[in-house]
Design a protein around this ligand. Structure first.
Ligand code: AMP
Length: 215
């Protein structure tokens, strides 16, 4: 599968991507995760990125595009890839197309995970992630058995800096203005599929697999 996941912040793209990785072994390329790793490592790129991430704005294309290109060139992407959180605007989508054509691994699908706008806020403010294994929870919908502790590995759960209310509002605005138009971009290419992202995670995953023709 050579896939782009579309959908607003909080739609559950990352959760579904992780389930696809688990079941099919296709690598997930999450620009958000790559950027957060650079921030945590304190690299110059990470320092530049943090400035924008903390405000809920997009990190400049020049930073993100180089990062994605380097990742796509790694060997494991020859068997496919799942792009999660990238592209975020038309410029990124166009550059990605050129990159993938040159590498002979063009996209096969763009899957949109649709969640009503009003639900997104609760999903984002309630989101908690395990520091150790990256497993995600939501204190409203899928709370861990013990508060603040990962069910899977006992790691400590944390709230992302950009999951605070003011930043979330900005991220959703940026999504509407810059990222939502990509639905049109990929529709014109005839590769858009969509699933409702509301309800039980495993049921959504079954719909995802069905839409993508996987078994
Ligand atoms: P995410 O985890 O995908 O919601 O991304 C968190 C933050 O990282 C975003 O709010 C942006 O500041 C930054 N980011 C992630 N992916 C991109 C991208 N493709 N282009 C620009 N900024 C990005």
């Amino acid at each position: 599968m050579r896939l782009v996941l579309l959908g607003a912040p909080g739609a559950g793209k990352g959760t579904q991507a992780k389930k696809l990785v688990e079941k099919y072994g296709t690598p997930q390329i999450s620009t958000g995760d790559l950027l957060r790793a650079a921030v945590a490592a304190g690299t110059p790129l990470g320092k530049e990125a943090k400035f924008y991430m903390d405000k809920g704005e997009l990190v400049p294309d020049s930073v993100v595009l180089g990062m994605v290109e380097a990742r796509l060139k790694q060997d494991d992407c020859k068997k496919g890839y799942i792009l999660d959180g990238f592209p975020r605007n038309t410029k990124q989508a166009e550059t990605l197309d050129n990159m993938l054509t040159a590498m002979n691994m063009a996209l096969t699908s763009a899957l949109s995970v649709d969640v009503p706008f009003d639900d997104l806020m609760k999903r984002l403010t309630g989101r908690r992630t395990c520091k150790a294994c990256g497993q995600m929870y939501n204190i409203y919908f899928s709370a861990p058995k013990k508060e603040g502790v990962c069910d899977k590995c006992n790691g400590e759960l944390f709230q992302r800096d950009d999951d605070k209310e003011e930043t979330i509002k900005k991220r959703l605005e940026v999504y509407n203005a810059q990222t939502a138009p990509l639905m049109d971009y990929y529709s014109k290419k005839g590769i858009v599929k969509s699933v409702s992202g509301t309800g039980n995670i495993d049921e959504i995953f079954n719909k995802v697999c069905k839409e993508l023709g996987l078994n």
